[in-house]
Ligand binder design. Structure first.
Ligand SMILES: [Zn+2]
Length: 251
């Protein structure tokens, strides 16, 4: 099984959005991962919508005032896949951690995939008040593919190597992806754990959907880390420097 990391743009926003109460700003990577399993190709998150390369304000509305977007057309997830010889049409599954714009914006680029999302997240994405409160944009994820709604842990290929794990709290049905590599297990935490400091200090962002659930998710990840799982933080620029970038695999 081969796992590749791609940087699909950068977002700069108030540090308090990542760590409540902190001053200053943070320039954060937008990661996507390709998991090439013998029985199928999986993309974990899809980054930003192609319109953000030319007109972020037109697409994002007020969020474009919160986040400065650095995103060229070559950072679109489909373009990043092309650099490693993978046609977007060959992707079998898109596992979306959650429905925020920097995680589902590229779903439209992946036409033949089945979308794998936690049921509470998908439901929130289609309940107007919850969608509004969580700043979801249905144009990002109502893109026509089959959707597999899972509830809790879901072993994608039945061999324990690619497992969706619920890490609710950041949003109603956030999930992370547990990968069992030859070099040991890794957890792609996504936004259940923005930064290394989030986990080291149990320090939540200023805004979460459910603080109690978010803290429980961090305790779960802390337990995994103590037992030897490497945690891949969702938007940590310092951590990101240590992650091999495609075409170099994560081992
Ligand atoms: Zn994010």
């Amino acid at each position: 099984m081969r796992v590749l990391a791609f940087t699909c743009g950068w977002l700069t926003g108030p540090l308090s959005n990542f760590l409540a109460g902190e001053d200053g700003r943070l320039r954060a990577p937008v990661p996507c991962y390709l998991i090439d399993h013998p029985r199928g190709k999986v993309l974990f998150d899809t980054g930003l919508h192609r319109a953000l390369a030319t007109n972020p304000a037109g697409r994002l509305g007020f969020l474009a005032k919160v986040f400065e977007v650095e995103f060229g057309s070559r950072e679109l997830v489909s373009e990043r896949l092309a650099t490693v010889g993978v046609d977007p049409g060959e992707i079998d599954y898109v596992v979306n951690s959650h429905l925020h714009f920097d995680h589902v914006g590229g779903n439209a680029e992946i036409p033949n995939a089945r979308i794998v999302v936690q049921r509470p997240e998908w439901q929130a994405g289609h309940a107007p008040s919850l969608a509004r409160r969580n700043v979801f944009d249905a144009r990002d994820y109502d893109t026509g593919q089959d959707v597999l709604q899972v509830a809790g842990e879901h072993d994608l290929f039945g061999d324990g190597r690619v497992v969706c794990v619920p890490t609710y709290g950041h949003t109603p049905g956030h999930q992370s992806l547990l990968l069992r590599l030859d070099g040991g297990p890794i957890l792609l935490a996504s936004d259940a754990c923005y930064l290394r400091r989030t986990l080291d200090d149990m320090h939540l962002p200023a805004v979460v959907h459910d603080g109690e659930a978010a803290r429980a998710a961090l305790r779960y990840m802390d337990g995994l880390r103590r037992s030897g799982t490497r945690i891949f933080f969702g938007h940590d620029p310092e951590f990101w420097k240590t992650v091999p970038q495609a075409p170099d695999p994560i081992r």
